[in-house]
Design a protein around this ligand. Structure first.
Ligand SMILES: *Cc1c(COP(=O)(O)O)cnc(C)c1O
Length: 369
């Protein structure tokens, strides 16, 4: 293991693809040329090999253990990113249902998902945070759901705006569908409250190229036979994620991330506490700046994963990003639709990265505030 390479690493605040645990990258590097027992790279072995079968089975098992996924759910690994799920969800769960799909639009990703659902069937905007530029979340009194609804869809963490649900919206017996792309495995979840939960890996759980879908068994009955094979959840479940060649490298790395969460971090409650502590430091720095920094999200909706804030001017924002980069604090520029700064502090962002950013923010404010 080359420590000189490891010390060249910056604190990477990229929103995605994003920082991965160093220990995971080191294990990938160590075993890349020859996976123990396989005599070849994980990149070179058949997805039907015994070695890869074990990798997939272990990744599924570890994710199931971390999230306490009940027996009557299936975990699958797909391609096409979360964007394909924007379409697969309504194709599988909305076609020929009597009621509409209900969408809680709390930011850019929910809005895009709703647009795709419109192509499949009746999808309602149950709530939309547009009027306040997606800086808050709905109160339960603002959510009115058709008792016949096919499902209720929401985005647990809006990566661009930096708003995150602390708990699941209340939907009674209606299947709850969640895009958990940017907070997957960041905290424990009551999985039995979900009908379907999915996440692309490249924010918080692995490299780009693999998307995890967790679905409750009874919902598989909705998938119609006339769907194209790849787009049918039932095909993927029946073939245990081997309907076609799965994204083998992505599944492998995701399994290592899950192992890191279990063995190094100590599970999702411990991870959640670390994430809370990291985010609290950044929000405190924003609040202590006397108005120099202003947070985008309302305090009750603040994300523990993507911390969004502004400076007094575009010039200062640019100067901030450039000066931060010079101090090895990378990828802090906010998304163009929100502006300002976005610090993505996923599971693998070390405490030291957040502490360094907080000190930088204090210094920058003292100089320019
Ligand atoms: C990044 C992201 C997406 C899009 O993911 P792709 O894999 O690029 O399709 C969707 N939803 C959320 C919440 C995201 O953060």
């Amino acid at each position: 293991m080359s420590d000189s390479v490891a010390t060249d690493r910056i604190f990477n605040f990229s929103a995605g693809p994003a920082v991965l645990p160093l220990a995971v990258l080191q294990e990938v590097q160590r075993d890349l040329l020859a996976l123990p027992g396989a005599g070849a790279s994980v990149l070179e072995i058949s997805h039907r090999s015994k070695q890869f079968g074990e990798i997939l089975e272990q990744a599924q098992r570890r994710i199931g253990e971390l999230l306490n996924v009940p027996e009557n759910y299936k975990i699958m690994f797909l391609q096409g990113g979360s964007r394909l799920q924007f379409s697969m969800v309504p194709m599988n769960l909305l076609r020929d249902q009597s009621g509409p799909a209900e969408y809680l639009v709390t930011g850019s990703w929910g809005k895009k998902a709703l647009e795709q659902a419109h192509l499949e069937g009746t999808a309602k905007t149950t709530w939309d945070g547009k009027s306040t530029n997606y800086n808050r979340l709905p109160e339960s009194s603002e959510i009115e759901i058709d008792p016949q609804a096919a499902y209720v869809y929401y985005t647990s963490n809006e990566t661009i705006q930096g708003v995150q649900f602390a708990t699941e919206p209340e939907v009674g017996d209606i299947p709850l569908v969640c895009d958990a792309s940017s907070d997957f495995m960041s905290r424990p979840l009551p999985m039995d409250r979900y009908g379907l939960l999915y996440a692309c890996a490249q924010k918080n759980a692995g490299p780009a190229g693999v998307t995890v879908v967790i679905i409750r068994d009874d919902l598989l009955e909705r998938s119609q036979k006339n769907l194209p094979g790849y787009l049918n959840y039932r095909e993927h479940v029946d073939n245990n994620s081997m309907y076609n060649t799965p994204p083998t490298f992505g599944v492998y790395v995701m399994g290592l991330v899950a192992k890191w969460l279990q063995e190094e971090v100590g599970g999702l409650q411990a991870m959640h506490e670390r994430n809370q502590a990291k985010a609290a430091q950044l929000y405190a720095a924003i609040e202590a700046s006397g108005g120099f920094y202003t947070g985008h999200a309302e305090p009750s909706a603040r994300s523990l994963m993507n911390v969004t804030f502004r400076l007094p001017s575009d010039e200062l924002t640019e100067a901030f990003v450039a000066a931060a980069a010079a101090e090895n604090l990378g990828s802090l520029k906010g998304h163009r639709s929100v502006g300002g700064i976005r610090a993505s502090i996923y599971n693998a962002m070390p405490e030291a990265g957040v502490e360094t950013l907080v000190r930088f923010m204090q210094d920058f404010c003292a100089k320019h505030g």
